[in-house]
Design a protein around this ligand. Structure first.
Ligand SMILES: [Zn+2]
Length: 448
């Protein structure tokens, strides 16, 4: 940093390697020995380190010259508070897992469980490079407070079901709750609310349409789990006489296109894939959850070839069992190749796009997903001295295929380091550990 540099900024970040994920660069060039100037939570300039550091006078300089710096990852689908159910029930089919194990403990769900689980989720995501996530659960105002405290970003939703829950009795009340959350948080710089219907088989075509109208009215994204398994398709055909995507078409979802985020999209035939891609709706892939619950391999290569906007999510920790987007990127790439018996589909760069630019587009938050002047100063840094990342020929390859998330040295949101060398400067992590242990005992006693 030059003392005579003319322009003041908050932070200069020196990057050994930088993957800016510039959406205007079709090659997504990787840059060597570059840097970022950050001011008021945003990137103000990106350039070769020597030139950049002589232009800017910074309050703090972060030396990440031994790291690969990339935009903070966007986890486009999770149920953050379900971290408390991690490892509670494994190796069961989806419907048995839901009805016999997850729903009974969720009947005892409290505000405290939601708050604590969400805070734990934020810590886990920050430690593995995620800076923004989309969430669907109950007591979502508690999740909002946890996200606010953690310093992360999120797009949150009270999941609308057709049956009474802990937070509402009817879908009408659920829609009102969605409006109230949206109104209460609309001025927050990092926490946003959207609208979500759980699935069409746990609601109805009419409830899907009504909740979508609320999202349109609020000009907010709308999310739903869609075609997660062949069993879901059977239930829809039995109940509505239509497959899941046809139900959503009846509800007007495909006409709404880019407002809609359709999660899972495993059981789609070729014609449904084409209709979905043509609509402009976003598709969120959750490969590890799909693998673990044996729901199958979603047709991501086909949807990619059709030009659909793809993004990536972890789903909840009860079915994954983590919220680690590096693990999810690897699973997405490998799963697509295994499904198509073709190693050329869903290459590393496409998968990194899903975890960054694709998620930002799906959540209607264009300042995220890349490191470009004017965009958010949300980034993560992988330690390139770790044996599993040596040697380095192609940083994108390492981010998708070699990194497992444990190499993250630093994660920053809006210019603030929220995770740094194993510590969380804004969180009381020892207290979080203690509270999680006592919540574990409370849950274990009730499950037994
Ligand atoms: Zn889910």
């Amino acid at each position: 940093m030059s003392e005579h540099a003319p322009f003041p900024c908050d932070t200069l970040v020196r990057c050994g390697w930088l993957l800016p994920q510039d959406r205007s660069d079709p090659d997504r060039a990787a840059l060597r020995d570059h840097g970022l100037a950050l001011r008021e939570g945003r990137v103000v300039q990106l350039g070769p380190w020597d030139a950049l550091s002589s232009c800017w006078r910074a309050a703090e300089t972060l030396d990440l010259s031994g790291c690969l710096v990339l935009p903070g990852l966007v986890n486009a689908h999770t149920h953050a508070s379900m971290t408390l159910f991690r490892g509670l029930a494994d190796d069961l089919p989806l419907m048995q897992w839901l009805t016999e194990r997850i729903w009974p403990i969720e009947k005892r769900l409290t505000r405290e469980m939601v708050r604590l689980g969400a805070l734990l989720a934020c810590a886990e995501m920050l430690a593995t490079g995620t800076t923004c996530f989309a969430d669907m659960y109950l007591y979502e105002d508690e999740v909002a407070r946890a996200v606010d405290a953690s310093g992360m970003r999120a797009v949150l939703s009270e999941g609308i079901l057709g049956t009474p829950t802990k937070t509402y009795d009817t879908p009408e009340e659920a829609c009102e709750l969605a409006r109230a959350h949206h109104a209460a948080w609309q001025d927050h710089p990092r926490v946003r609310f959207c609208v979500a219907a759980h699935t069409v088989y746990t609601t109805s075509v009419e409830i899907a349409a009504r909740s979508l109208a609320v999202a349109r009215d609020l000009d907010a994204p709308w999310m739903i789990h869609l075609a997660e398994s062949a069993q879901e398709t059977e239930r829809c055909v039995e109940r509505f006489g239509m497959r899941p995507l046809a139900c959503l078409e009846r509800a007007g979802v495909l006409e709404e296109g880019g407002r809609c985020l359709l999660v899972h999209c495993v059981d789609l035939d070729a014609d449904e894939q084409a209709r979905l891609a043509a609509s402009g709706a976003h598709v969120c892939h959750n490969p590890r959850s799909n693998f673990k619950l044996a729901n199958g391999l979603a047709p991501m290569a086909g949807l990619d070839a059709l030009g659909a906007n793809l993004c990536l999510g972890t789903d909840g920790a009860a079915s994954n069992n983590g919220l680690n987007m590096f693990a999810e990127m690897g699973a997405a790439a490998l799963g697509a190749k295994a499904r198509e018996l073709d190693p050329t589909v869903l290459p590393a760069q496409r998968v990194l796009d899903m975890a960054t630019l694709g998620g930002a587009a799906a959540l209607a938050w264009p300042e995220l997903g890349s490191l470009a002047p004017g965009g958010a100063a949300d980034l993560t840094a992988l330690d390139l001295s770790r044996p599993g990342l040596l040697p380095l020929y192609n940083p994108t390859s390492h981010a998708v295929y070699a990194a497992h998330g444990g190499e993250v040295r630093l994660t920053m949101v809006a210019g603030r380091a929220l995770y740094r060398d194993g510590t969380f400067p804004d969180l009381d992590y020892p207290a979080l550990l203690r509270e999680t242990e006592s919540m574990r005992d409370w849950i274990a006693a009730r499950v037994a």
